[in-house]
Design a protein around this ligand. Structure first.
Ligand SMILES: Cc1cc2nc3c(=O)[nH]c(=O)nc-3n(C[C@H](O)[C@H](O)[C@H](O)COP(=O)(O)O)c2cc1C
Length: 406
């Protein structure tokens, strides 16, 4: 690829908070699942993030960190409810930032997407159970208004602790069917109070979280949101509704809006929504082009980017400001540096799917998760890693019922 095109990826970007991304390549969030039952980061996180920190991405988003230890996306999540692990969190942030990358903590509550193994009675906007997920998730109960206020406050506390620990910012996880996303979708939010009904009401929880976090941190600390372009389910959160959310977020002075899509029921984040989006290298780029007209904050698009030319064109065309990379950096943690120096033109291909969407999403997540586990142990990623054993290892870790007495 020619140098002028690559130039688009090397151009620094100044965010509204004043932080400067040294290039346009960011590591998107990947749940590490490396913590012990205490939910504290440990030497595995340090090793993994030291490696990514040296890998050339200008921005590292951590995997989702939970705001409530009763509601995990899976065993092994980091949990930040207070300052009890401040020193360990400082060690994690220091390791990630040592190579010069900005590091933001992704903060989340999974709502009904809390595995049964973690909670037999998860909470959600309404008591609508997940479908087609093999009974791994128990039906949720609806949150009361006071419980909603308590969760909003938890996001703010987690963000304040992240700042004290030395992270440069936080990203609120509003995508992929987790709690914020459950509030946004009319399928999962059937409330009749001020949090349900119109899109103005359904986006209220997200806006309350954004405002509470903003009030809990100081100027100069970055605040971002990851949002679905759509859930890709009939009757679910639609593209038109997402535009309304983007408009509302534009008034909140966000530093970055990351675009993704899909939920556990329709896993579009891993391969796009349909044949048309799948035929493009980046699944949500067309959407980003449309969202530009509503978004007054910098944009990041994540999902499917694999070639330097595809990434550079997406930035040069103005469709997005930042490129998010997830799976490619689980296999090649230094890929960003090699793309920027023109040493590599494309990510090495990851996994071949079986052609069955749900199964492929499961295998994809499990296989890449095992690559993170390898790096946490100080090993290199293994492109030959067996798919079946990855799934078994991940399943045992995340979903298998707890053994009595453990
Ligand atoms: C193992 C694994 C864990 C993930 N964990 C998260 C997460 O914690 N938060 C999040 O927003 N996205 C998560 N994702 C989704 C990625 O951030 C990204 O949206 C998706 O993989 C598509 O980007 P890619 O094509 O560059 O991989 C995860 C993806 C993988 C493979």
């Amino acid at each position: 690829m020619t140098e002028p095109t690559l130039h688009a990826l090397r151009e620094p970007l100044t965010l509204p908070c004043g932080q400067v991304l040294g290039s346009r390549l960011a590591k998107a969030a990947m749940s590490e699942k490396l913590a012990g039952p205490d939910g504290a980061p440990n030497e595995h996180h340090v090793r993994l993030y030291e490696r990514w920190g040296r890998g050339g991405a200008a921005l590292l988003l951590t995997g989702n960190v939970m705001v409530d230890r009763r509601a995990l996306e899976g065993p092994g999540n980091v949990v930040v409810e207070d300052e009890r692990d401040l020193e360990l969190l400082r060690g994690w942030a220091r390791a990630a930032r040592a190579g010069g990358a900005l590091t933001w903590m992704q903060i989340s509550h999974p709502g009904r997407q809390t595995p049964r193994r973690v909670s037999a009675r998860p909470v959600a906007p309404s008591s609508v159970a997940l479908r087609g997920t093999f009974g791994l998730f128990a039906p949720p109960r609806a949150l009361s208004e006071s419980e909603i206020a308590e969760i909003v406050a938890r996001f703010a506390t987690t963000a304040a602790v992240a700042q004290r620990a030395g992270f440069d910012g936080v990203q609120i996880h509003g995508a992929h069917g987790y709690l914020v996303s459950q509030f946004l979708s009319p399928l999962t939010n059937q409330r009749t109070d001020g949090y349900g009904g119109s899109i103005e009401n359904r986006q209220r929880f997200l806006l309350e979280v954004v405002r509470a976090v903003r009030a809990a941190v100081t100027k100069g600390f970055a605040l971002a949101v990851k949002l679905n372009s759509a859930d890709f389910q009939r009757g679910g959160f639609s593209e038109a509704e997402s535009m309304s959310v983007v408009e509302a977020l534009s008034d909140e002075g966000l530093d970055l809006l990351e675009i993704s899509g899909g939920t556990y029921e329709a896993a579009a984040m891993f391969d796009g929504a349909d044949a048309r989006t799948r035929s493009r290298e980046a699944y949500f780029l067309e959407y980003a082009e449309r969202v530009r007209q509503h978004a007054r904050m910098p944009l990041m698009v994540t999902g499917g980017f694999r070639t330097a030319s595809g990434m550079a064109e997406a930035v040069a065309s103005g469709a997005t400001d930042v490129i998010g990379l997830a799976r490619p950096l689980a296999l090649e943690p230094d890929l960003a540096a090699r793309l920027l120096s023109a040493e590599a033109e494309r990510a090495r291909s990851g996994l071949r799917g079986f052609g069955a969407k749900k199964l492929d999403a499961l295998v994809d997540a499990a296989w890449h998760e095992q690559q993170l586990a390898r790096m946490g142990r100080g090993l290199a990623p293994d492109p030959q890693l067996n798919r079946l054993s990855s799934v078994l290892a991940s399943f045992r870790h995340s979903y298998a019922p707890r053994l009595r007495g453990r």
